[in-house]
Design a protein around this ligand. Structure first.
Ligand SMILES: N[C@@H](CCC(=O)N[C@@H](CS)C(=O)NCC(=O)O)C(=O)O
Length: 228
């Protein structure tokens, strides 16, 4: 059996965004059954979880007979490859998909994460006002470049949705949550197209259902803080 770690609860801005949705999504695409192990802040710091994820984050993936995996990008690619889904068999196309897959995680996600950090984690409006001009223009530049590269095509590579589109659209969820996609209509349409998949919808609905069933107290933040 496959087990994926996820959080019991996150603040509203993060519901549907936590990166375990990527792993749930590819597992749903593959049709592979899995269980979710829910973590709170105390579990996050435990030696047990650190052995799976050195940074105490989610998601991780455990599977009978294999060492645990961390990093959503690595997990998603590994599942796609082993299940034989969303990666073209043609080696040239596969290489193109790999390039776009890295672009999502390396060239796009970082730029968007900087904006998210300012908007969602900076303590006050004054600090945000200073930080925004340092990070928003670069994020917008990257989105514009991505939109140009996509051109009039439906998908990043070839004629079909691939794992590169899965990862890019997951990363673009950060832009959507920051309302940065509105200025890029073709990218917005691409994003909508990518997310219009039952495997994605189930992944996010399942994550959100868990979060809705819990609250901040279930995360044991105080206990985790006291223990550190
Ligand atoms: N590069 C990692 C990032 C994982 C990550 O940032 N996870 C977040 C949730 S989306 C987390 O666990 N945050 C809690 C923390 O860092 O303490 C991946 O893609 O798996």
């Amino acid at each position: 059996m496959i087990t994926v770690t996820a959080f019991k609860w996150v603040p509203p801005f993060a519901a549907g965004q936590v990166r375990d949705h990527r792993v749930r999504w590819i597992l749903n695409e593959a049709g592979w059954p899995y269980e979710i192990r829910l973590l709170d802040a105390v579990d996050q710091k435990s030696a047990d979880h650190r052995a799976r994820q050195p940074f105490g984050q989610v998601p991780t993936l455990e599977e009978d007979g294999r060492p645990p995996m961390f990093e959503s990008g690595a997990i998603v690619w590994d599942i796609a490859e082993r299940a034989g889904v969303l990666i073209p068999s043609d080696p040239v196309m596969r290489a193109q998909v790999l390039g776009w897959y890295f672009a999502a995680l390396n060239s796009v996600e970082g730029a968007l994460a900087n904006v998210a950090e300012a908007e969602f984690f900076m303590p006050d409006e004054a600090a945000k006002a200073v930080r925004r001009p340092q990070v928003v223009p670069f994020a917008e530049q990257r989105l514009g470049e991505l939109q140009t590269a996509l051109g009039g095509r439906d998908w990043l590579v070839g004629e079909d949705f691939t794992v590169a589109d899965l990862m890019m659209s997951s990363v673009l969820k950060i832009a959507a949550s920051l309302k940065l996609l509105e200025a890029f209509p073709a990218l917005q349409a691409y994003h909508d197209r990518c997310l219009d998949r039952p495997a994605y919808k189930k992944a996010v609905a399942d994550q959100c259902a868990t979060i809705a069933a819990h609250g901040p107290r279930d995360m044991r933040y105080r206990e985790a803080q006291a223990a550190s």
